[in-house]
Design a protein around this ligand. Sequence first.
Ligand code: AMP
Length: 370
Amino acid sequence: VSPAIAPDGPLAPGATIGILGGGQLGRMLALAAAKLGFRVHIYCDDAHAPAFHVAAAQTCAPYDDQEALARFAESVDVVTFEFENVPEATALSIADHAPVAPSPRALAIAQDRLAEKRFVSGLGIATAPFRAVDDEQTARAAFQELGGPAILKTRRLGYDGKGQKRVESADEAVRAHAAMGGVPAILERHVAFAFEASVVAARNRDGHFAAYDLPRNEHENHILKRSIVPAPLGFGHITEAMGIAQRIADALDYVGVLAVELFVGSDGALLVNEIAPRVHNSGHWTMEACLVSQFEQHIRAVAGWPLGDTARHCDAVMENIIGAEAHDWLARAGEPAGLHLYGKTEARPGRKMGHITRISPLGTLKVADH
Ligand code: AMP
């Protein structure tokens, strides 16, 4: 018998939350769910998934195994995701058996860069100028219309800079598209931004919205290296950024945590780069700096609970531990900082193995330190 109070009511402690995906985000979601008294069932196609270690139940099966998906969905009270590249068909078939949050529609939009940019600009929110690229003709025309430099990206399955190529001419755009196998793509004008930032925010089943303070995000080799809070942004820009995230969340009737990645111009102008319909690496600092972390917030939202307090109680610098850096775990363990290791055995180059968050009293991290 499920301890859920009612199909649409808040899930009571003891209920089971199903998570599709078993990486570090699933692992930290499972730990946060346990804090609130929930059980977690992880579904992942990788037998070594880090989230399996901390979950009450595990299913290891491919994402298109309809029978395993149905059994999984029947065994839980709600299903959520820790990565956005869940096939829409998978999300829809799960929705036949259990409530799903965020919705399959939100996933479908966020996993297609063109649909995502059209959706965001359709809300009147600024993005880098973009064009669809499907073949040689559209690649050439897109570059000629946008001007260079530009970035060609596959519409689907890109992350951490994968499936992207900077191009300086129409010929180069055509060649880059061919090198990507001619798959559906998007060409974006290259933006000369001052820095990158993100809004990590949540919306619950009642439509309540809460955003965390904005970090400034620094990438190395296309992978997030550091998130620093606060970002050097004034009150007006922070309010504007949170408003953008709220409009996106409302338009999607979104339930859960989402991240909106932004380019910030030297004049403070904000452009949306992409939406992540899930907890996000640039929100890990909330585990040390806020009463309720992004992981707990996501669990609260999908369980139909009130959202928690997003106030930030200290300044913070979150740094990813990538590849061989993980071998230095003992030195990091000696630091007065929040250390998180994901339980991955193989420290492959570029692989996110853990993160560390160093905090300092509120207001002590100056923009000059960034
Ligand atoms: P994405 O996978 O779309 O988030 O892109 C990965 C990274 O590439 C971003 O975080 C930016 O640093 C850079 N990038 C992506 N699109 C653009 C653009 N239109 N202009 C400049 N830099 C970009």
